[in-house]
Write a protein that binds this ligand. Sequence first.
Ligand SMILES: [Zn+2]
Length: 145
Amino acid sequence: MESKQSYTISKFQAARQCKCPRCRTGKMFEGSLLRLKGQKMHKHCPHCGLKFEMEPGFFYVSMFVSYALNVAQFITVCVATYVLSGQSESPWVYLTACCIVAIAMAGFNFRYSRVIQLYWLTPNLSFNPRYYGVKKADEKNTATS
Ligand SMILES: [Zn+2]
């Protein structure tokens, strides 16, 4: 059993690396997190063929996750600004700091709101060890169809 544990990666590790929640091998997004052209998500997992947007409007839930992430970041930034600016009372200082963080973290929030939704807010989707690891020839055909 121990060898099987080292064979697969943990759920948190897979989520952090934006891997497909079913196979934990295929990447969910194209390009890197710091890509300036905007974030693009694969329609299907390049490894196991899982359709990420299971139904139309599936990712509306990730909008609420993204909102929660933004609120957490704004609170953190406001507290940090309060401390670093020597208890500034100007609202423009906080507003500017929040705007900069919102723009800088947009890609991160886009990715991880969808990752959180697929990993923790979709009950009928779980890891299947059958799909993990090296791609087989017959799986390659089902993934493209
Ligand atoms: Zn997959």
